[in-house]
Design a protein around this ligand. Structure first.
Ligand code: 0R9
Length: 664
């Protein structure tokens, strides 16, 4: 690998560790206090100790390997999942420094894994350290939350080893344990079951998705995963020479592109950061398809900036400006014509905007909005210049793009009229409630629940079984429109969707205001059969596209009606899945062939049964719908509900074993 400027050095480390005491003991105490703080309040450092937090530990170590790759010293990263529940991450970089840091009296390796934010202290002047976002917390946090952690460093012909136990207590000192031909670092850790109470099992699919994203965002880095836990080893390699160009192609694989090439723009600008020169690097890739949706995903330092920010603003400014300029030049827009709106220009566009910034400032509700104002100008300039050039040099593709946008603009006018008509006709002013809604009497949204129920007969049971004060029922007649395929105009004309919007009462799309929702729980209650699953996915597709904050704020739930009922000695036992059925059978010691009722639909239950099993907060089980990664969520919806059949088939084949996930 090319040997670029030396970025980290042990002396730097020594200089930058604040408060580190010259006295060995004092330092030790401080270190242990730091790690103890992490163990006491893990949520503060990794967000949660549920499955997402568990995986966060892996991202943290992978981020460090990516940093070494971005610095130009590493091109392969391997993640291995072991049988004992541990995971290892290996890179082929320079190997972490093993020499002693004067101020701490410990090796750089030990310091990095025991001093909170020690890695961050390097950040000053370290222009390549880009990975990590809101929870870019450093290796010491991973160590603190592990039952044990081992570091192997391969460097200068030797292999060095250091082990930590019980939340970061060093076992011995770093020592040379053998010879090594190549350089690199391996970090292996086992998450502490005392911290991760819900689950300690890594999800292969989740890790694959994230590593794939990392490989797209950092072209040329080979990222491998090996799952050694099962009978057969599962392996995958993610490697994209084309980086985000291939990312766009991957997102578009189920869609129909209207242009052949993916338009790629890149550039960088020097800025001063902490008295040192650093670079802001901008990369964008985009391609139009026949879709009515837009898929614009933005990243800063490999983290999805869900709330957008300055890079997104700059990108939108640039495409709006250049497309309108070009449309006027080729007379697709005449002198008196209005400009295309940003919404028109975005329709059918799939785009990735990826920024690498040495000092990102995050804002917004979830701290996922990039706030550095210079990024808007830099992005707008780079994208504007290069897009203008693309349009001039590729007139045929440019013409298809302009034609598509023109259609979008015409459709937008039609949609606006349809929206207005619906508003006038049905009073879509969010104050009139739909006739079919059996509303609750409470006016405190925090305690109110809306059950969206499939079919009128189930709707009847639900109305009779509900708590009238806090539970509202909206029966759906048949299937709602598939919004993934439909044109905006048709969406506003659809009666069932109109009812949903009115009942929830917080608007739709850009105008959706989550603070106005009338119910804090919106509960999808459908039959446990194929049709029920379909309706559920249609509703989730709608929420994902038009009311995403409703999901993001945790207001969307899925009711879980029981699948089976056993009547035994005058008592009723409800089972929600096959495993539970088996367990109950065993517990009651039922003979083979003992009659069991299998529920096919909600309509088979009377009001009392439905209340007791599915609606009563004291006894029911609800699944909360969450979106970990919006890019992946969109992709799943597109695969399931989009135009093309092939990705749907592929998705169902790949996920046949994960039907529960698919259902959520
Ligand atoms: C498997 C995950 N990989 C890592 O965590 C990792 C960290 C790391 C690294 C350096 C090289 N490879 C790494 N992999 C490194 C080496 C040198 C200088 N800076 C960084 C060098 O050889 O001079 N480090 C990241 C931080 C540090 N090393 C330290 F210096 F703080 F320890």
């Amino acid at each position: 690998m090319e040997n670029k400027e030396k970025i980290y050095a042990s002396d730097d480390l020594a200089n930058h560790i604040e408060k580190a005491d010259a006295s060995y003991t004092a330092h030790n105490i401080q270190v242990l206090e730091g790690l103890e703080a992490v163990r006491k309040r893990p949520g503060m450092y990794i967000g949660t100790t549920s499955e997402a937090g568990l995986h966060h530990l892996v991202w943290e170590i992978v981020d460090n390997a990516i940093d070494e790759a971005l610095a130009g010293f590493c091109d392969e990263i391997v993640v291995s999942l072991h049988r004992d529940g541990s995971v290892s991450v290996t890179d082929n970089g320079r190997g972490m420094p093993v020499d002693v840091v004067e101020k701490t009296g410990k090796s750089a390796v030990e310091t990095i894994f025991t001093v909170l934010h020690a890695g961050g202290k390097f950040g000053e002047g370290d222009v390549y350290k880009v990975s990590g976002g809101l929870h870019g917390v450093g290796a010491a946090v991973v160590n603190a939350l592990s039952e044990w952690l081992e570091v192997n460093v391969y460097k200068d012909g030797g292999e060095y080893f250091l082990r930590f136990e019980k939340g970061g207590h060093t076992v011995g000192e770093i020592a040379r344990v053998g010879d090594a031909k190549q350089n690199g670092t391996k970090v292996t850790f086992k998450p502490d079951p005392l911290v991760f109470l819900d689950t300690q099992t890594f999800n292969y699919q989740t890790i694959c998705e994230r590593l794939k994203q990392m490989a797209f965002l950092n072209r040329g880095i080979k990222i491998k995963i090996k799952d050694l836990r099962g009978e057969e080893v599962k392996k995958e390699t993610f490697y994209y020479e084309g980086g985000i160009i291939q990312y766009v192609q991957d997102i578009n694989k189920g869609k129909t592109p209207i242009q052949e090439s993916v338009i790629y723009c890149e550039g960088s600008e020097e800025i001063e950061f902490n008295g040192r020169k650093a670079h802001v690097i901008i990369e964008t890739a985009m391609q139009y398809t026949t879709s009515y949706n837009n898929y614009l995903y933005t990243f800063c330092n490999n983290i999805n900036t869900r709330e957008g920010g300055m890079h997104e603003a700059g990108f939108k400014m640039a495409i709006n400006r250049e497309i309108n300029k070009y449309a006027r030049m080729i007379k697709a827009l005449k002198d008196g014509d209005e400009n295309f709106s940003t919404e028109d220009v975005l329709e059918g566009l799939t785009a990735i905007v990826s920024v690498k910034h040495p000092n990102p400032q995050y804002e917004g509700q979830t701290k996922s909005k990039l706030g550095n104002s210079e990024v808007r100008r830099i992005t707008s300039q780079i994208v504007g210049d290069q897009l203008a050039r693309f349009l001039l040099e590729n007139p045929t593709e440019a013409k298809s793009i302009i034609d598509k946008i023109k259609l979008a603009a015409e459709a937008r006018v039609a949609a606006r009229m349809a929206r207005e008509t619906v508003r006038r006709k049905d009073g879509l002013d969010f104050t009139t409630l739909p006739g079919k809604l059996a509303d609750c009497s409470s006016r405190h949204p925090e305690e109110c629940e809306l059950f969206i129920v499939e079919g009128n007969s189930a709707g009847g049971s639900a109305k009779n079984g509900r708590n009238r004060e806090t539970q509202a029922i909206l029966p759906l007649r048949g299937k709602i429109l598939n919004v993934q395929k439909a044109q905006e105009k048709r969406i506003y004309e659809n009666a069932e969707i109109g009812n949903l919007i009115q009942a929830i009462g917080a608007g739709i799309d850009e105008e959706f205001d989550v603070s106005k929702i009338r119910y804090h729980k919106v509960i999808i209650m459908t039959d446990a059969d194929v049709d029920g699953s379909h309706i559920r996915v249609l509703l989730l597709t709608f929420f994902n596209r038009f009311m995403r904050p409703l999901i993001e704020h945790g207001h969307v739930y899925i009711a879980q009606p029981p699948l089976y009922k056993i009547e035994y000695r005058g008592k009723q036992y409800y089972c929600y899945n096959d495993a539970q059925l088996e367990e109950t059978r065993n517990q009651l010691d039922l003979r083979a062939g003992y009659p069991i009722q299998r529920y096919k639909g909600l309509g088979e239950m009377d009001a009392v049964q439905l209340r007791d099993t599915t609606m009563d907060p004291k006894t029911r089980k609800l699944l909360k719908v969450t979106i970990d990664d919006v890019v992946i969520a969109d992709q799943v919806f597109e695969d399931l509900m989009g135009e093309n059949v092939e990705p749907r088939r592929e998705f169902i084949n790949e996920n046949a074993l994960f039907v529960r996930n698919l259902d959520i």
